[in-house]
Design a protein around this ligand. Structure first.
Ligand SMILES: [Zn+2]
Length: 244
């Protein structure tokens, strides 16, 4: 597999508030709002924030792309949907216990902020999808990257660990090579919903990220909801994607 480490080109922010501190403070406010006491050690962040997340999450908050309300929900310009409504994503959860960080939300916000702050995408061409309705389900995709006239250029998927990128590539290839089939009749339930999204919406690229790595697929669609793809180690630059 050809994934690579996500590398930040943002300069260190010596005097700025760190991403860890932002999350710890937001967690204290969240605990107060749900009338529960935080554990003495504070918020546990596992896996630890990568350098890419540290820079981009903190920058997103400081630039006002993301606002965290006292209920621990992330909102703000980064979360606008194409219907103009505001999407929010929970940063913390307490049901079922224990109180915890929704770790993927930090990766998602960092990846979306990185597209804007490091790769030069206008914020109105980046859309974060709402959370999955059922907490047991993974989203089909988490981020949409669109052209200036609203065409889908790439679909982004957030995973927790690098080995899940390998599994996504294997599963998508199996589902894609098979063509049209249902969730009930699929041996790859963890990623079948991403297959369904691709078969229906046909994004030219699929981009998948973890806290510190990324992989990209250039899609080739066939008949009967079948597809194949080439693997690349990163999302192409905006100048190339917008030529599609
Ligand atoms: Zn499938």
């Amino acid at each position: 597999m050809v994934s690579r480490r996500l590398q930040s080109t943002l300069l260190p922010m010596a005097e700025a508030q760190s991403a860890d501190k932002i999350l710890q403070d937001a967690f204290q406010a969240f605990c107060a709002s749900v009338q529960q006491s935080a554990s003495p050690g504070g918020l546990r962040i596992s896996p630890p924030l990568s350098e890419y997340e540290q820079r981009n999450f903190a920058a997103a908050v400081q630039e006002g792309l993301v606002e965290i309300d006292e209920s621990g929900n992330a909102r703000g310009p980064l979360m606008n949907s194409d219907q103009g409504s505001q999407v929010s994503r929970a940063l913390f959860s307490y049901q079922p216990p224990p109180l915890r960080l929704c770790r993927e939300t930090v990766s998602l916000l960092s990846a979306a902020a990185g597209l804007i702050l490091e790769s030069g995408w206008p914020a109105n061409q980046i859309e974060i999808k709402p959370s999955p309705e059922n907490a047991d389900l993974t989203n089909n995709v988490d981020i949409l990257i669109k052209s200036t006239d609203g065409q889908l250029l790439a679909a982004g998927v957030v995973k927790r660990r690098s080995h899940e990128l390998e599994k996504l590539a294997r599963d998508l290839r199996q589902c894609g090579n098979r063509g049209r089939h249902s969730f009930d009749n699929c041996g790859f339930p963890q990623n079948h919903s991403t297959y369904e999204f691709c078969a229906t919406h046909r994004p030219p690229y699929v981009w998948a990220v973890t806290p510190d790595s990324e992989i990209c697929f250039r899609m080739e669609y066939g008949d009967n909801a079948a597809f194949d793809f080439q693997e690349f180690n990163s999302l192409p630059p905006r100048s190339l994607l917008e030529l599609i």
